[in-house]
Design a protein around this ligand. Structure first.
Ligand SMILES: Cc1cc2nc3c(=O)[nH]c(=O)nc-3n(C[C@H](O)[C@H](O)[C@H](O)COP(=O)(O)OP(=O)(O)OC[C@H]3O[C@@H](n4cnc5c(N)ncnc54)[C@H](O)[C@@H]3O)c2cc1C
Ligand code: FES
Length: 280
């Protein structure tokens, strides 16, 4: 699905705290419904780049949920304040407006599109990267596609979105398992420990793995899937200036030489289309 030309102003309808993150909602009266994995370029209408200061450019944020409503679609975003742009988005107040461009980028493929023999999906999200897994999970559940979800957090201060995006009737959805490095929730350790155990099982090769999270986690997921010959799609990040293919700011190397622009050739990339996910 392609983005409508130009940007549009959308009203903030809510902004709540969740763990160490914020979840804010926009009412989008004009845009098409996003597909899971897509993102938007966002900038608040006021207090954004005023006086030539930062933030200047809009910031890329994945859509975590999209709920059709009679007056358009409600878009939910999960955000962590790590600098001037995300800090400003964390402060958004109901009633103010945000400049929105999108939905942008490609989206996840269904397990059968990736592998016609596939029996289901394993979703694995880390930190703020659980956002696109939420809308993808709902899409798969609505289509009756079997799935398991693994979510990991560094610690309680770097967690959030579980109650709002992965709970039903006040309880964690039964297909969701947790890991935390500090042991505050679920398995103590990396979420990729859970994936390694799962991929060692007999039915591993019939699954398709989908992942979003910090680069070190994505690289561990990519390497585990390659080792077990399991197909995977990774929702990747790189610094983005335009979001629609014009600036080449988001270029990442391809394994066979050359570069891809992550905003238009991604952000969802097949694991075998990257040599290694770069991380510090
Ligand atoms: C497709 C996509 C989807 C994203 N989805 C989300 C989301 O759902 N929620 C969320 O909180 N954040 C998301 N991000 C990350 C977010 O866009 C960046 O953290 C944000 O642009 C940082 O801006 P800032 O002004 O707050 O901080 P800055 O001061 O600009 O950056 C803070 C630090 O993060 C680094 N950085 C900035 N942008 C990126 C990037 N894109 N990749 C890696 N490092 C970066 C900078 O080098 C710096 O070290 C997404 C990024 C992309 C590309
Ligand atoms: S962000 Fe400009 S080309 Fe990708």
């Amino acid at each position: 699905m392609s983005a409508p030309f130009g940007r549009r102003a959308c009203e903030v309808t809510a902004n709540v705290s969740s763990g160490g993150y914020r979840i804010f909602s926009l009412r989008d009266r004009e845009g098409p419904n996003p597909a899971p994995g897509q993102f938007y370029m966002l900038a608040s209408e006021r207090e954004w780049g005023e006086g030539g200061g930062r933030p200047y450019l809009p910031r890329a944020i994945s859509v975590a949920e999209a709920i059709p409503a009679k007056d358009g679609v409600r878009l939910d975003f999960l955000v962590e304040g790590v600098g001037p742009g995300t800090d400003r988005l964390c402060e958004l107040e109901a009633g103010e407006r945000v400049w929105v461009t999108g939905p942008l980028g490609n989206s996840f493929s269904t397990p059968r599109e990736v592998n016609p023999e596939s029996a289901g999906a394993i979703l694995i999200g880390g930190g703020i990267g659980i956002a696109p897994m939420a809308i993808w999970r709902r899409y798969l559940v609505e289509r009756g596609i079997p799935l398991r979800v693994l979510l990991g957090f560094r610690n309680e201060a770097h967690s959030g979105g579980l109650n709002e995006l992965f709970c039903a009737g006040g309880s964690l959805c039964p297909d969701v398992r947790l890991a935390s490095e500090d042991g505050h929730a679920g398995h103590q350790g990396y979420v990729t420990d859970l994936l390694a155990t799962m991929l060692a099982g007999d039915d591993a090769t019939s699954a398709v793995v989908y992942s979003c999270g910090p680069p070190a986690m994505l690289e561990a997921v990519r390497a585990l899937c390659a080792e077990h010959d399991v197909a995977c799609e990774l929702a990747m990040e790189s610094p983005m200036a335009c979001g629609f293919g014009a600036c080449f700011g988001c270029a990442v190397p391809k394994p066979d030489g050359g570069y891809m622009r992550l905003c238009v050739d991604g952000p969802v990339v097949r694991g075998d289309a990257v040599a290694e996910v770069a991380h510090a």
